[in-house]
Design a protein around this ligand. Structure first.
Ligand SMILES: Nc1ncnc2c1ncn2[C@@H]1O[C@H](COP(=O)(O)OP(=O)(O)OP(=O)(O)O)[C@@H](O)[C@H]1O
Ligand SMILES: [Mg+2]
Length: 511
């Protein structure tokens, strides 16, 4: 099939046979661009005979091809020209649209055939259909773009670093979580994203065959460090990325645990409160029943005892004994009164008042007592007047109990701090009572709000103070909690909903 006049066929016979056997359509061009020879595949491709091909330029033939929409090899782009200048291979890609509309990509590769003096004597041009490669390239780039979109739009923070720990990928969620932008993340190392030693520990676990599959770390809880230096608890999974069996990078996915932990804490608190109020409610009913039963005989004891006292001469040998009976009966009456108050189901008599006034009034009620002699009292009252809507008498009773508890814990010597403050965002008002006493031992923490739990000697405490306080705060839509306790002292916190300031209060003088 080779038509060659310029080449000595005999001498080049086997070479020409090889040329004809090539699986790509191939031409041999002269430096003036005219076609010297074409192989069998080329004729098949162009459905042409030698007469229509030989002696013409490749540009001519290309321009006849209806499917070629854009000639990327014309003018200065002529690869043949570039081969002549560089004496090196050159290539060009043509995009063609077939009659059925399908896009065909064709690469034309030009290679020099050098003469004895190193000059380019001929140029061999071979045409390769690279449509399949192009389709694969497109598919690959589409998949890459899709992966990029998935990574970027993920709500989980995703980050990858190379073997040296330099950040190579950070999605938007990671930028938000860590507070770095991709550009400043390049300046720091992966180790800076964790507390000291944690990044190395993670890598060690990733390589440990006893922890999951090698190269994969199952879900783990760690703390990360943000750009501002804040530590955030996260749940993370991590993996090593291998290339040809070698570690090339590592990637990790992080989920912020702050919200989940806050919800969990709230749930636990609510469960505890529910348990406590159920316990108090049933104990309250029991206490009310017992108190009622005891109240009637007690009234008789006091009534008849006092009648006897009136009749008995003061010097009578039994007068003293009767006095003891009456004193203890009075004490019982006081306990029964407390019990009934504790189990009382009445609605609180609510009123709007300033929180600071409550502190002042409660202190005034017990100030004269001897027990304050060696106690330093510090009042840290909020400058902004905080209003609450609650039963002031009930809360006064609560505060007095807290103050007496604090003094008892300090054994009459130490510092008592009463602090009022507010949380504007949460619309809550607080009173914190802090002492420098001995603290509540861990084993008593869950019991101090139980009725009748006391560590005080008989006759000094009934153990009803904190349980009544719990009920009163609940009735007033507030909370009582042990904010802190330890050998250096205890802080009990009262929380109440803050009342918005009405006009009436804006102009009222503060009493
Ligand atoms: N500030 C405190 N520091 C250390 N322990 C405390 C403090 N407040 C309360 N407690 C412990 O909690 C227990 C229960 O307190 P609560 O006020 O309910 O009863 P009480 O003070 O013992 O008796 P009551 O208040 O009925 O006179 C106390 O006996 C004490 O052991
Ligand atoms: Mg008490």
């Amino acid at each position: 099939m080779i038509d060659s006049t310029d080449i000595d066929i005999n001498e080049a016979d086997w070479r020409l046979r090889v040329f004809d056997a090539l699986s790509f359509p191939t031409l041999i061009l002269k430096p003036d661009r005219t076609i010297l020879a074409a192989n069998k595949k080329f004729y098949e491709r162009n459905r042409a005979r030698a007469a229509k091909i030989i002696g013409r330029t490749c540009e001519d033939i290309l321009s006849e091809d209806r499917t070629v929409k854009h000639m990327s090899c014309s003018g200065a782009n002529c690869p043949l020209q570039r081969v002549l200048e560089s004496k090196e291979n050159q290539s060009v890609v043509h995009k063609k649209i077939a009659d059925d509309g399908e896009i065909i990509w064709e690469e034309r590769v030009f290679a020099p055939i050098l003469g004895d003096c190193g000059e380019v004597k001929y140029v061999i041009e071979s045409l390769r259909d690279i449509t399949k490669v192009k389709h694969l390239e497109k598919k690959y780039s589409d998949v890459r773009q899709l992966i990029d979109k998935v990574v970027q739009s993920s709500v989980s923070a995703i980050m990858a670093s190379d073997r040296k720990g330099e950040i190579i990928l950070m999605n938007k969620a990671a930028e938000e979580l860590f507070g770095y932008s991709v550009s400043d993340a390049n300046l720091v190392n992966i180790e800076d994203f964790y507390p000291p030693g944690v990044a190395r520990e993670i890598m060690k676990k990733l390589r440990d065959e006893n922890i999951g599959e090698v190269g994969k770390l199952p879900s783990t809880q760690v703390n990360i460090i943000t750009k501002k230096g804040e530590q955030i608890p996260v749940e993370m999974t991590s993996a090593i990325i291998y290339e040809d069996g070698q570690e090339a990078a590592s990637a990790a996915i992080f989920n912020d645990l702050r919200e989940k932990q806050a919800v969990q804490k709230k749930l636990e608190e609510t469960e505890n409160q529910l348990f406590q109020s159920e316990k108090l409610a049933s104990l309250g009913r029991l206490a009310a029943g017992v108190a009622h039963e005891i109240n009637n005989p007690l009234t008789s004891i006091l009534l008849y005892g006092n009648l006897m006292k009136e009749k008995l001469e003061e010097e009578h040998p039994l007068a003293n004994n009767l006095n003891y009976v009456l004193e203890d009966a009075e004490r019982c009456k006081e306990i029964v009164k407390n019990l009934l108050a504790y189990s009382r189901q009445t609605q609180p008599a609510k009123d709007v008042f300033y929180l600071n006034n409550l502190v002042g009034e409660s202190l005034r009620l017990i100030r004269d007592q001897k027990l304050f002699m060696n106690v330093k009292i510090i009042k840290e009252l909020d400058d902004c007047q905080i209003l609450v809507n609650a039963d002031k008498n009930q809360l006064c009773q609560v505060l007095i109990n807290l103050i007496i508890n604090a003094i008892d814990a300090m054994e009459g010597r130490g510092t008592l701090t009463l602090k009022t403050y507010r949380d504007r965002k949460e619309v809550k008002a607080y009173i914190a009572v802090t002492d420098t006493g001995s603290g509540i031992p861990l084993e008593n923490l869950s019991k101090v709000f139980d009725p009748f739990f006391t560590t005080k000697e008989i006759g000094k405490g009934t153990g009803l103070g904190l349980s009544m306080a719990y009920g009163i705060l609940e009735e007033n839509h507030g909370k009582i909690s042990i904010e802190h306790t330890g050998p250096e002292g205890t802080t009990i916190l009262l929380e109440l909903p803050e009342e918005p300031v009405s006009n009436e209060f804006q102009f009222m003088s503060i009493g």
